[in-house]
Ligand binder design. Structure first.
Ligand code: XIL
Length: 433
């Protein structure tokens, strides 16, 4: 009987796979990738690489494939840093998004100095050389990035390409790209196009025209840089769907959402749900691994904090993807932490650690806080501390009842005597049961 069950169980188990515990695995179970923008110069930092390798299954070079990085001097191509990212990804089975071929920004000065005919030659040569170098290694290329203006005009943005080659430069770039690597998906990528608005309408009309005339285009990237002035739009899913209905894939290409705690987490949930709600939404890329190196670091917009701890936003994304680790897949208790300095004096400061439960209620939690010698913790409140032999590592547990509802928070505080060193404590990850 046992062997019969085991034999029968092979297919049965495959059909009811356990909920995945990482972003990449959970997205893969939904037929999608989950990527991060990566900077080559951080790959040597152990927690950066291990977070990337564990959680993500696609990478986008954050700057290393841009025109100024690969062809700073005309016809002299430098691929070192980009190659480093591509080989890191390939040796670990991760996909690579190519970013970006034709863009007004991070464009070396020599390009803007060319007259029209020469500029056309240089643009086509750049696309051809870079795509052929990476042929077969890139799943999707951002062929043209940010060609439209913000605001209500729906007009093209001024750039050397637009100003000298006219509207046709986008079509020419896509045709050149198709010839250079016919297997790569060719995307148009932009920001402030995430909801239905004048700018996204202009992109929509471009894509509709390309599809009608047989100009090669396979995908549209929605950068999705959000903050309080530019929140996740209510019609995000509908907007992705109308592009998909034109016959292109859609991808969320540079996601980050400024904020913290449950508000940030719920915005991330909305983004993941929008993508999952559109069958042609093939993947999500967040614009960085950790808040520490985000281009908008002060807005703490990513899924891992400065110490590579998983944030509430991480748990929300994993839960929305149907994974486990936050209780979303029927899994266990989890929690995340955030830290702030609430008061500061010359000789001491007060710190507060906020503990936020994941997708399930928790009954207790533990957080380690480490101060740097000769600092000393002199007082604590709203928690029960214990100490290691050095006296520098404080393990904090609840004071009495440790229950915290799903997504809710509690906090504890402490005073650190500086003894000449004002540095912040290192706050370890939270564990819960
Ligand atoms: C940003 C990078 O994150 C920064 O490191 C760099 O200094 C500027 O560019 N839209 C894009 C990305 O398409 O390439 C930009 O990346 C962010 C906005």
């Amino acid at each position: 009987m046992a062997s019969l069950l085991a034999a029968a169980g092979v297919t049965a188990l495959a059909g009811t796979a356990e909920a995945a515990g990482t972003l990449g695995a959970a997205a893969a179970e939904k037929g999608r990738y989950f990527g991060a923008a990566v900077a080559a110069n951080h790959l040597g930092e152990a927690p950066y690489a291990s977070t990337l390798n564990t959680e993500f299954n696609s990478v986008t070079p954050e700057n290393e494939m841009k025109w100024d990085a690969v062809e700073g001097t005309r016809n002299s191509f430098t691929y070192g840093a980009a190659d480093q990212i591509v080989s890191h990804a390939q040796s670990r089975g991760m996909k690579v998004r190519g970013h970006t071929l034709v863009w007004h920004s991070q464009l070396p000065g020599w390009v803007g100095g060319l007259a029209a005919a020469d500029l056309r030659t240089a643009m086509n040569n750049h696309i051809t050389q870079v795509m052929q170098h990476y042929k077969g290694k890139i799943h999707s290329w951002d062929v043209v990035n940010e060609a439209f203006q913000d605001g209500s005009s729906g007009a093209r943005r001024s750039s050397p390409f637009q100003d000298k080659l006219g509207n046709g430069f986008i079509e020419e770039a896509f045709r050149t790209a198709r010839a250079a690597d016919p297997a790569a998906k060719l995307c148009y990528n932009d920001y402030n196009t995430d909801g239905v608005n004048a700018k996204s309408n202009a992109v929509y009309n471009l894509v509709r025209d390309f599809k009608a005339r047989g100009v090669p285009i396979d995908c549209v990237g929605f950068q999705s840089h959000f903050n309080s002035a530019s929140p996740v739009p209510g019609d995000y899913r509908a907007n992705l769907q109308r592009f998909a209905d034109l016959g292109v894939d859609v991808q969320i290409t540079e996601l980050d959402i400024e904020g913290s705690g449950t508000a940030q987490a719920s915005s991330y949930t909305n983004v993941v749900n929008a993508c999952l709600g559109v069958s042609r939404c093939t993947g999500i890329t967040v614009w960085g691994v950790t808040d520490k190196y985000s281009w908008r670091a002060s807005g703490t917009p990513l899924l891992f904090d400065n110490n590579y701890n998983k944030k509430a936003a991480y748990n929300a994304v994993l839960t929305a993807l149907g994974g486990t680790g936050s209780g979303g897949g029927g899994g266990g208790a989890s929690c995340t932490v955030s830290y702030s300095r609430t008061d500061d004096w010359s000789d001491r400061y007060n710190g507060r650690v906020t503990v936020t439960a994941g997708g399930s209620a928790i009954s207790t939690w533990t957080v380690a806080v480490t101060v740097t010698s000769p600092q000393k913790v002199s007082t604590t409140w709203n928690g029960t501390p214990s100490w290691d032999s050095s006296g520098n590592v404080m393990t904090m547990r609840p004071n009495g009842n440790g229950s915290v509802a799903a997504g809710a928070s509690t906090s504890f505080g402490f005073t650190v005597m500086k003894n000449g060193n004002s540095s912040a404590p290192s706050v370890g990850s939270c564990s819960a049961s």
